[in-house]
Design a protein. Structure first.
Length: 731
């Protein structure tokens, strides 16, 4: 550092502190109290100022700066971390009788010690532990196997309800455990977007939350809008999770108090119990001696503690709480799959101890998936962008888990056959952790005598073409890809979607409009649209009412976005073509492997299948796609329009020392994860293949590589190298 930069540093430090405090406060008010103290514009301005200062003075940038909320870092790998105290799981049951047993057993074990329980929601998400030192978040780790988890700190910092810096009073060194959940509304919006982008939607909010925490791109994690629900405070220096403090003195003080809890079981953060129990809880470690108080103390530290916890004194109160939430859970903004009951007095945990995996002082009651039976009125058949037919059950509307269910997928012809669905049947519909209702069977008690199997369509419901069902495929498809309207519009939608060509000013409605007018019949037509054609284009709803029309400005925006799409890199253009089974990742691998469209077109099925993540089935689809003259003409038109059909190596490649070399990677490595080592090969100009063939140059062998791989490599004379050999080649 030179002499002069020191002069600037003090004002910069001050301004950084000032901005940090302001932004922290705005964030806090926004996420904890639903209060906007500044406009988004002003907020962004301050955030940008802070980011710029941090860029100029990297030494002054705190790992817990508000700029970390928006992400921007890349997680290279997720370091494995051993938990200071194991993250235990809970014994769980679907049976209320077992909860009655648990309560009786606990009461017996504690004898005449006065104690209470807390009942709280069992959040359906991903468990993590957050370590705070001197009020600063220092580490976030997933539960993993309970002993060892993944360090996901950078992604955790993007979750707005995880405080990066604590307020109020807090222990100097402690851990807060809780569940990262994906609220329903955000999850649905996200899945919707995924589908629009041509990505596979997530099955449920839990899977999506788990996937989000393992994202390499922290900015993408920030966009996911996850939430943190704390459920446990670990105070290593006071008590471990098991408790280290002697419980007996508390036992003397606490006499079981006969008292009734006040109010309903759902009053926010309700403290039931009697004063005797409560006074008792204040002994020993003051406000940290009961679970209830520990959880409450988190609020003033800046955590968003769910307000539904209740202190219960006896089994009746526990039952009441369970019954209430079994119905009411559907009105919560996030998923719960049960209720957790814990002994409230921390000092008693030690006394009660542990079983093999879980504490004896807590238990989870799990809710059953809700199931209803409702008549199947008819089956509709939807046609997807690739021609796949999906049968959908139209049901007599029925209330289930917080929403009215009218439709549910019947997946494909095989599914209908396996379920043996007959005409006039009632279907059993279930909603578990998923928000999408599932058909789980036929309600045989409602089957009419002599009911016949439901007929399956033989022709496309949209264009009338005879459907095809390839050998070994579970579903049918319409082969009329160039003449079947939903397939054409579906392909157009996929082509313009964000992860493909990203022409966002052309939404579904506009595309449909352009298609109906005959202006855009295939993806290449998009590039010959003119301003005159666009201006004044109108769309109508079903009743014939005019809904929207494109004005001059709208037309200019569309044309600008189309022009900009000509810079989209080859891998995304390849994805945008919509070749069956070629997703975003597959397209990237293919593009990097072959380098340009001509080499890809010339590749044999075998070569295609050797690319990582491209199986034989996909290889055949790719091969067939490029064997079709119509597709070749389409690609020529896209080329003429100026789209990119060649990989820009400089965008990801750092060297070409491995140029022309093909690697197969197998086993476990010490310095890299397998994905990292593959990325490294590509960065250095090499290719990665999924299987060993005559074209493989090296088998990069880690620990625990299977013997067949070695045998095959030896047979074909492929060089087998170690991680060290590899490093020697590239470094
Ligand atoms: S307490 C020793 N409370 O359920 C106590 N767990 O099988 C540790 N969970 O891994 C857990 N909501 O991921 C607790 N309110 C809650 C919870 C909860 C969800 C999860 C947690 C844990 C699993 C227990």
């Amino acid at each position: 550092m030179d002499l002069f930069s020191n002069i600037d540093i003090e004002p910069a430090r001050q301004r950084i502190d000032e901005l940090t405090e302001l932004l922290d406060r705005y964030n806090y008010e926004y996420y904890m109290n639903d209060r906007s103290l500044v406009s988004d514009f002003e907020f962004d301005k301050l955030l940008r100022e802070l980011a710029e200062l941090e860029r100029q003075h990297p030494d002054l940038a705190s790992p817990n700066s508000p700029t970390k909320r928006v992400g921007g870092e890349v997680n290279k790998s997720f370091r494995q971390v051993t938990h200071r105290f194991p993250m235990l799981s809970l014994g769980n049951t679907y049976s209320i009788d077992e909860i009655v047993d648990f309560e009786a057993r606990t009461r017996k074990l504690l004898g005449d010690t006065a104690f209470s329980y807390t009942c709280e929601l069992k959040y359906d998400g991903v468990a993590i532990g957050l370590t705070y030192k001197h009020g600063q978040l220092v580490q976030a780790v997933t539960r993993g196997n309970g002993s060892v988890g993944d360090d996901i700190t950078a992604n955790a910092r993007t979750i707005p309800t995880i405080p990066l810096r604590l307020r109020g009073n807090y222990p100097d060194d402690f851990e807060v455990r809780g569940e990262v959940v994906y609220p329903f509304a955000e999850f649905e919006a996200f899945n919707h977007q995924r589908e629009a982008d041509g990505d596979e939607p997530f099955a449920n909010p839990r899977n999506a939350a788990s996937g989000s925490l393992k994202l390499q791109d922290t900015a993408e994690c920030a966009r996911r809008k996850l939430q943190f629900c704390p459920y446990f405070v670990m105070l290593p220096q006071v008590n471990g999770e098991l408790g280290t403090e002697s419980a007996t003195h508390l036992g003397l003080i606490l006499r079981f108090a006969i008292g009734t809890a006040t109010g309903s079981p759902f009053t926010p953060l309700e403290r039931g119990g009697s004063d005797a129990v409560r006074e008792g809880s204040k002994t020993g470690n003051g406000e940290y001696s009961t679970h209830f108080d520990r959880m409450q103390s988190l609020i003033q530290m800046g955590f968003k503690v769910q307000p539904y916890m209740k202190e219960c004194l006896n089994i009746n109160e526990i039952r009441e709480y369970i019954d209430y939430w079994d119905n009411e859970r559907w009105n919560l903004p996030f998923g719960t799959d049960g209720i957790v009951i814990k002994v409230n007095q921390v000092a008693l945990w030690d006394l009660l101890g542990l079983t093999a995996k879980s504490p004896r002082w807590a238990i989870a009651f799990k809710f059953k998936a809700q199931q209803v039976s409702t008549p199947l009125e008819s089956i509709s058949f939807q046609v997807g962008r690739t021609g796949i037919i999906t049968p959908v059950a139209n049901l007599t509307p029925v209330w289930l888990g917080g929403t009215t269910v009218k439709r549910a997928t019947l997946v494909n012809a095989d599914f209908i056959e396996k379920m043996d669905i007959r005409e006039g049947d009632s279907l059993l519909i279930e909603k578990g952790g998923e928000i999408i209702p599932k058909v789980v069977g036929v309600d045989l008690s409602n089957r009419k005598a002599g009911a016949q199997p439901v007929p399956y369509i033989t022709n496309c419901p949209e264009c009338g073409t005879r459907l095809v069902r390839a050998d070994g495929e579970a579903g049918h498809y319409c082969p009329n890809s160039d003449g079947c309207p939903p397939q054409i519009v579906g392909r157009l939608e996929h082509f313009v979607s964000r992860k493909a060509m990203n022409i966002d000013s052309l939404g579904s409605e506009r595309l449909e409009m352009l298609y109906k007018k005959g202006l855009v019949m295939d993806i290449a037509d998009i590039y010959s649209l003119t301003r005159e054609q666009l201006i004044g284009l109108e769309s109508y709803d079903e009743s014939g009412q005019r809904r929207a029309s494109i004005q001059e400005k709208g037309a200019d925006n569309i044309l600008a976005a189309i022009e900009k799409s000509k810079e989209v890199p080859f891998e995304r253009v390849l994805f945008a073509l919509g070749i069956r089974y070629v997703g975003e990742v597959g397209a990237k691998k293919l593009a990097r492997h072959f380098g340009d469209i001509d080499t890809l077109i010339a590749a044999s099925e075998e070569e295609l299948a050797s690319v990582e993540d491209v199986g034989e089935k996909t290889a055949k689809f790719i091969y067939d796609y490029f064997s079709d003259l119509r597709h070749m003409q389409l690609i020529q038109r896209l080329r003429d329009a100026g789209l990119v059909f060649k990989v820009d190596k400089s965008s990801y490649q750092q060297s070409d020392v491995l140029q022309g070399k093909t690697f197969v990677v197998s086993g476990v490595f010490s310095r890299f994860s397998r994905d990292e080592i593959k990325a490294d090969i590509e960065k250095n100009g090499g290719k990665v293949s999924g299987s060993i063939s005559g074209k493989t140059d090296y088998l990069l062998a880690g620990d625990k590589m299977g013997p067949e791989k070695r045998k095959k490599a030896e047979k074909l004379g492929v060089a087998i190298i170690s991680e060290e050999d590899y490093l020697g080649m590239v470094r």
